[in-house]
Design a protein around this ligand. Structure first.
Ligand SMILES: Nc1ncnc2c1ncn2[C@@H]1O[C@H](COP(=O)(O)OP(=O)(O)OP(=O)(O)O)[C@@H](O)[C@H]1O
Length: 305
């Protein structure tokens, strides 16, 4: 059985008497890219901060690497976690490499890790440039390099593509997707953008108003999307009557007939039935309820998904 690198049990956080994270049971399997998805204000950052020991839980437990996190072992556990939370701050007058050098000295990791981290985030050719002259995307990649410096087992990224242009988003996404395969890392990454999580994650947890409303593999989520067939013919009303007479469940919707997900043989049978009756079949399309609809249902219309 795969080990969960992060497991929260009944995790809660309240601010000023208002419960912002509610009874969270989150499970991040080893080697996963776990997309933590939710609208703005849902409680993603608060949860990630609690896992990183930057916010104190009001209730519940956090296990990381199979160990219950407490005041005693927190620093030990954090040594194996790299993180990128909020916009990282740098010394603008220093180069990218010099900024990493400071962190490398502080964290007491080998100097060669700097070169490796710069290579992974594709900043080697820009390492001698002052950070003040970096683009936002380059700064964010430098933040990722900093998070990777100590070769962490677990990487926690809070909205790493926020504010980036499409090219920057794609670059960041590619870098993140590569990490489990190349380095055996586990990634926990938050986003309010469904499409982004859909393109990166192997697992997904959806949080809405502080509660985890869905957690599973991304494949299971796709399976959840109901699919159906849309059929267009030269005479839909007559085609519908023939199909109904033959016992095929269907529904006439605007200019197409909606059929349930049929087996190949059943589709062939329907087409033969219609063509034998002189009705030309124009097209048959397989349709899925899109993920956006599913997320809106899960979050009950919570904004900005
Ligand atoms: N330090 C704090 N003091 C008081 N309330 C807070 C604090 N931090 C977060 N909150 C509140 O907790 C809720 C969850 O915020 P959080 O930042 O975790 O959400 P989020 O899902 O990360 O959203 P976003 O994508 O906007 O960052 C919000 O209502 C927020 O206002």
């Amino acid at each position: 059985m795969t080990q969960n690198l992060v497991e929260t049990k009944g995790l809660c956080k309240s601010y000023g008497g208002a419960l912002r994270v509610k009874d969270l049971h989150m499970q991040v399997p080893e080697g996963a890219i776990y997309g933590f998805l939710g609208p703005n204000g849902a409680g993603k950052s608060t949860t990630l901060k609690m896992i990183l020991g930057l916010a104190h839980p009001t209730g519940g437990e956090i296990d990381v690497f199979g160990k219950r996190m407490n005041a005693k072992n927190r620093l030990d556990i954090l040594k194996d976690i790299g993180s990128l939370i909020e916009s990282p701050s740098y010394y603008g007058h220093l180069t990218g490499e010099e900024n990493l050098k400071i962190l490398q000295t502080l964290r007491k990791v080998p100097e060669q890790n700097i070169r490796e981290a710069l290579e992974i985030v594709r900043l080697t050719s820009q390492k001698d440039k002052q950070v003040a002259h970096y683009s936002l995307g380059m700064k964010q990649r430098l933040g990722l390099a900093a998070a990777l410096l100590a070769h962490p087992r677990l990487l926690i990224l809070d909205e790493p593509t926020n504010g980036l242009d499409p090219a920057g988003i794609q670059e960041m996404r590619e870098l993140i997707c590569d990490l489990p395969r190349r380095f055996g890392m586990t990634v926990l990454v938050s986003s309010h953008l469904l499409s982004e999580i859909d393109q990166m994650a192997t697992h997904v947890g959806v949080i809405a108003d502080g509660a985890l409303v869905y957690q599973n593999t991304i494949d299971r989520l796709h399976e959840k999307s109901e699919h159906h067939l849309a059929l267009r013919t030269l005479n839909n009303p007559l085609a519908q009557a023939i199909l109904t007479h033959d016992g095929v469940i269907n529904d006439l919707d605007a200019d197409e007939i909606i059929l349930p997900p049929l087996e190949n043989e059943e589709v062939a049978h329907c087409v033969a039935l219609l063509t034998d009756s002189g009705i030309g079949v124009l097209r048959i399309e397989e349709r899925r309820k899109n993920l956006e609809d599913i997320f809106l249902e899960l979050t009950e219309g919570a904004a900005s998904l």
